[in-house]
Design a protein around this ligand. Structure first.
Ligand code: BGC
Length: 723
C-alpha cells in the first residue's frame, strides 16, 4: 500500500529535505517540506488527554484558554476496569480529542510492565501482567487510531524505572524479555496495528534503546514486521551514525537547537562524508510518509480525514464510565458500603486528596483539564443540600511554588537522580517534617470525625510521588498519613478509607480498617464516580491489575537489590516477579493481583474446556486455541459486573515456570439472580514459554491446569486439559 507513491515522493526530495523530515523542528513538531506539500507531524502527550499547547521552541505554554481538554482516566485506571470495550472507548475518546486539537500523533499509551511498586511512572502504565496489558492496550490503540491519528506506544523497551532514566542499563535474559517485557508491544504492533512506537530513554544490554539494533532492527522491524514510525523519546538520541544505522526514524528532543540535533546537520554531514548511506535516510522517510498516508495527512484521502472534537458530552460520559468501573473495593468487612443517601445526615470528609486536583501533575502526562471533579465536590454535587458535609485536610501538604523561569521538561534530562529532593518541582516531605502543623490538623479532623454520621478519609499519593523522572523513595504513604489514619480508626473504626495512587502503598493499619477503596487517577469525573460507588448507584467492579504486597521489603526487586542500583539493573528475578513470585514463594500479600470486591456475590460453575480452531481454516486437527467456558451467577440482591480471570499452569514443565499465569479474562454484567455462560478463548501459543535454545516460543504437549478465578488467589474452579 502506498509504496509507489512513497517512492515517487522520495525521488523528488533533496537530502536536506529528507533530513528535515526526520528530526524535531519544534518540541512537538517534525520538519515539513512545503515545496512538496509534506506537512509536519504534530504530536502531543499523552495518556490522560491531550496536553496543553506549548510555544514551538520553548517549554512555556502558549497560555490561551482554547486548549482545555477532557482529563481521561490514567492507563492504570483503564486497566483496573478489566473491560476491553471501555479500553476501546477510552482510546476512541483520546484519539478524537487529539484530532480535535489538530494532532497527528498522540504519545500514548504507556504500556511498560509495572515491575516494581516504586517506579514513578507506574500510574501511566497498565499492569504487572503482560496478558492484561495485551488485552486492554490493543483495543485502546485501535480506538485511538480510528480517528486518523497515530497512537505512539511507549517506552520501548524494558523502561521500568525513572531514576537515572537516561543512563540506566537494563539486563534481562532473553526468556524473560520475550515472555514478559515485549509481549504488550508485540500485541499492539501485530494485532493493534499501532502506527508509531517510542524508543525509551534507558539502555538495554549496554546500548541506548534509541539506537538499539537488537530491539529496533531485529525484533521490531524484522521479527514483527513493523513498518510505522519509530520515534525517540524526547532527548533519547545519543549519536548520529549509530542511530542512523538503527531503525529509529524520528529524533525529538527537549532543546530548541533543532538544526544541531543528531538527525539534523550532523547527519547531512555524515551522509556527505560517506559515514551514512542515503538509503538509510530514505527508509526512515518512507516510514514517515507511510504513516502520513495511513492517517490521511497526505494523499488522495486527505479530504476524508476525520476532524475529531474535544470536550464533547460523549467524552465526559466515556471518562465517567471508565472511572466508575476502575474503582477497586478492597475491603467492606462490615458491609458499611454502600451508604444510604437518605439515612446519612452528616459526613466528615477528611484528607487532602479529597480536595486535590491531579490533572496538572505527573510530568508529560499533565493535562490542562476543562474541569476535574475531586472527591469532595463530587460528594457534595451528588448529595445536594440536605446532607451536612464537613471538610478537614487531616494532614499537611506543603505547597512549593514553581520558579517561573523553570520548566520541568526543559530540565528533565539533567535532573535524573535518585535524590528526589533535587527536583525543584517536587514537594516531598519527610516523616514528621510538619509535625507541628499536623498536630493541629489531626486534632481538628478527629474532632469532626467524632460526631459525624459517617467518616470518609481520602488520602494516598499525588503527583509529587507518582511522577515522571523520579521513583518513589519508599512504599509508604507520605505526609504522615499513617498516623492520622490510625488515630481516626481509633476514634471511628467505621471510617471509610479511600486511597488514590498509581501503585501499591504499605498500609500498616490495614487490620483495623473495615472499609477500603483504591482509586487510580480516574480523570475528570473521578469525584462523581466515587460518590456513585460509595452510595451504591454503581456497584464496584474494578480489580487490581497488580499485586499489593504488605511491605516493600516483600518484593523480589527489593530482595535482589535490582531496582534502585545507579548504573545497571539486572532483572535477576526472571519471570518471577509480582504474583508469579509471591505464588512461587508462598508469600502472603495484602491484596493479590486481580482482586476486587463487589456489593454482590458471584458463583462460578460448570467449567468446560474445548480445543477449537480460531484460524477459520477448518483443517482437521487445527485446534489452535482453548475455549474455556463456565457459568457465572449473580447470587446477591443487586446487579453487578464480574471479571472472570482464566489462569493456566503447565503441570510438568521442562523449565521452571510460574504455578499459573493469566491467559485471558472477560467482564460480564449480571442482574441480581442472573446466570450467564462466559467464554474465554485462549490461543495455545499463549500457553507456551520461550525456549532460549531454539529462540522461539514452545507450547509443550502434556497436561495443563486451567483455573477460573475471581483473583489470582481466589480459585473458583479448575480442570485439567491435555494438549
Ligand atoms: C517522556 C515521554 C513524552 C515526551 C514528550 C518524555 O520526557 O518520557 O513519555 O512523551 O517526554 O513530552
Amino acid at each position: 500500500m502506498y509504496e509507489n507513491e512513497i517512492k515517487e515522493i522520495i525521488e523528488k526530495l533533496t537530502l536536506e529535505e529528507k533530513v528535515r523530515m526526520i528530526h524535531g523542528d519544534g518540541f512537538f513538531k517534525s520538519g515539513d517540506v512545503k515545496r512538496l506539500s509534506i506537512p509536519p507531524i504534530y504530536s502531543s502527550d499523552g495518556p490522560c488527554g491531550v496536553r496543553c499547547e506549548f510555544n514551538n521552541a520553548d517549554w512555556f505554554p502558549i497560555g490561551t484558554d482554547d486548549d482545555f481538554v477532557s482529563y481521561l482516566p490514567s492507563n492504570s485506571a483503564i486497566a483496573t476496569t478489566w473491560n476491553k470495550e471501555l479500553a476501546y472507548k477510552a482510546g476512541k475518546t483520546l484519539g478524537e480529542e487529539a484530532r480535535g486539537r489538530s494532532k497527528d500523533m498522540i504519545l500514548a499509551p504507556g504500556i511498560n510492565i509495572k515491575r516494581d511498586p516504586l517506579c514513578g511512572r507506574n500510574f501511566e502504565y497498565m499492569s504487572e501482567d503482560p496478558v492484561a496489558i495485551e488485552e486492554l492496550a490493543v483495543p485502546l490503540v485501535k480506538g485511538i487510531q480510528e480517528n486518523d491519528v497515530s497512537a505512539c506506544v511507549k517506552h520501548f523497551a524494558v523502561n521500568n524505572r525513572e531514576n537515572e532514566r537516561t543512563s540506566i542499563d537494563t539486563l534481562v535474559d532473553e526468556r524473560t524479555l520475550r515472555e514478559i517485557y515485549l509481549k504488550g508491544f508485540e500485541a499492539v504492533v501485530k494485532d493493534g496495528g499501532c502506527l508509531s512506537v517510542m524508543a525509551g530513554y534507558n539502555k538495554f544490554r549496554g546500548v541506548h534503546c534509541c539506537e538499539n539494533k537488537n530491539l529496533l532492527n531485529q525484533i521490531l522491524r524484522d521479527e514483527w514486521g513493523f513498518d510505522g514510525i519509530i520515534i525517540s523519546d524526547w532527548g533519547g538520541v545519543h549519536s548520529t551514525v549509530g542511530t542512523a544505522e538503527s531503525e529509529l526514524d524520528l529524533e525529538m528532543s527537549v532543546t530548541p537547537d533543532f538544526d544541531n540535533y543528531y538527525f539534523a546537520n550532523p547527519l547531512i554531514e555524515a551522509v556527505r562524508n560517506g559515514e551514512v548511506t542515503e538509503e538509510l535516510i530514505d527508509k526512515k522517510v518512507a516510514n514517515i510518509l507511510r504513516v502520513m498516508f495511513k492517517t490521511k495527512m497526505i494523499g488522495d484521502k486527505r479530504d476524508e480525514r476525520k476532524a475529531g472534537t474535544f470536550n464533547s458530552p460523549e467524552h465526559r460520559a466515556a471518562a465517567l464510565s471508565v472511572a466508575e468501573e476502575s474503582i477497586v473495593l478492597l475491603k467492606n468487612e462490615k458491609n458499611i458500603l454502600p451508604l444510604n443517601k437518605k439515612e446519612v445526615k452528616s459526613i466528615a470528609v477528611i484528607g487532602a486528596n479529597a480536595d486535590m486536583r491531579h490533572s496538572f501533575g505527573g510530568g508529560s502526562a499533565e493535562i490542562k483539564a476543562l474541569y476535574e471533579i475531586a472527591p469532595l465536590i463530587g460528594l457534595k454535587m451528588y448529595l445536594g443540600g440536605n446532607t451536612k458535609v464537613t471538610y478537614n485536610k487531616g494532614y499537611y501538604v506543603a505547597t512549593k511554588a514553581l520558579n517561573a523561569t523553570e520548566n520541568w521538561q526543559a530540565t528533565s534530562l539533567e535532573t535524573g537522580s535518585d535524590e528526589m529532593s533535587e527536583y525543584p518541582y517536587l514537594k516531598l516531605q519527610k516523616p514528621g517534617q510538619y509535625a507541628k502543623e499536623n498536630e493541629t490538623l489531626f486534632k481538628e479532623a478527629l474532632e469532626a470525625a467524632k460526631d459525624a454520621d459517617k467518616v470518609i478519609f481520602f488520602g494516598g499519593l499525588d503527583h509529587n510521588y507518582d511522577i515522571e523522572g523520579a521513583d518513589r523513595p519508599d512504599m509508604k504513604l507520605p505526609y504522615d498519613q499513617d498516623i492520622i489514619i490510625e488515630k481516626l480508626l481509633d476514634v471511628r473504626p467505621d471510617t471509610i478509607i479511600v486511597l488514590n495512587g498509581g501503585s501499591p502503598v504499605e498500609m500498616p493499619w490495614l487490620d483495623k480498617a473495615d472499609t477500603l477503596i483504591y482509586n487510580y487517577y480516574a480523570g475528570m469525573e473521578n469525584g462523581t464516580a466515587l460518590a456513585k460507588v460509595i452510595f451504591g448507584d454503581v456497584n464496584p467492579s474494578g480489580k487490581l491489575s497488580e499485586s499489593f504486597p504488605y511491605k516493600y521489603s516483600d518484593t523480589v526487586t527489593y530482595k535482589n537489590g535490582e531496582f534502585s542500583k545507579d548504573d545497571c539493573i539486572e532483572y535477576k528475578e526472571g519471570v518471577f516477579y509480582g504474583y508469579r513470585y509471591y505464588e512461587k514463594e508462598g508469600i502472603d500479600v495484602a491484596f493479590p493481583f486481580g482482586y476486587g470486591k463487589s456489593y454482590t456475590t458471584f458463583e462460578y460453575s460448570d467449567l468446560t474446556i474445548k480445543e477449537v480452531c480460531t484460524n477459520a481454516c477448518e483443517k482437521e486437527g487445527c485446534d489452535s486455541a482453548l475455549s474455556v467456558s463456565l457459568n457465572v451467577k449473580n447470587t446477591g440482591e443487586i446487579d453487578g459486573k464480574e471479571v472472570v480471570e482464566i489462569y493456566v499452569g503447565e503441570n510438568n514443565p521442562t523449565v521452571l515456570r510460574p504455578v499459573k499465569e493469566l491467559k485471558g479474562f472477560e467482564k460480564v454484567e449480571l442482574k441480581a439472580g442472573e446466570s450467564k455462560t462466559v467464554t474465554v478463548t485462549i490461543p495455545k501459543s499463549r500457553l507456551g514459554y520461550y525456549d532460549d535454545n531454539i529462540g522461539a516460543f514452545v507450547t509443550n504437549n502434556g497436561e495443563y491446569t486451567v483455573y477460573a478465578c475471581a483473583s489470582s488467589k481466589d480459585i473458583r474452579l479448575k480442570a485439567l486439559v491435555t494438549l
